[in-house]
Design a protein around this ligand. Structure first.
Ligand code: FES
Length: 118
């Protein structure tokens, strides 16, 4: 509830290095994850991250949480963040809302994939 009422890192990032996108065709919710990547000691680090989510409370909370989990991680580390990591970090989600947590992890992975394709 805290991440829904006080979402962290919400908003469009104009100078993002890559934008991940994911949607759920069943409910129509849509999520964008913006990442900024910096090289440090040969490692690619997510130095900034934000999100825009057009969706339910759980989708907003999981977006907020994944930005907290991925910030300052290497791309390799961020790719290891799973759908269930997001739900566990929020102290669980109601079973009917578990599918909402899939959007955030998949949108983050999409952003990293697009960054690497550039
Ligand atoms: Fe659509 Fe939660 S109901 S993502």
């Amino acid at each position: 509830m805290d991440h829904f009422k006080n979402p962290r890192n919400m908003g469009e990032m104009k100078d993002a290095d890559a934008i991940g996108e994911n949607g759920n065709p069943v409910c129509g919710d849509l999520m964008y994850i913006y990442i900024k990547v910096e090289e440090n000691d040969g490692k690619e680090i997510i130095s900034d991250i934000s999100f825009q989510t057009f969706g339910c409370a759980a989708a907003i909370a999981t977006s907020s949480m994944i930005t907290e989990l991925a910030r300052n991680k290497t791309l390799e580390e961020a790719l290891k963040i799973t759908r269930s990591d997001v739900a566990v970090s929020l102290d669980g989600l109601p079973p009917i809302k578990m599918h909402c947590s899939n959007l955030a992890a998949d949108a983050l992975h999409d952003a990293i994939k697009k960054y690497r394709e550039k």
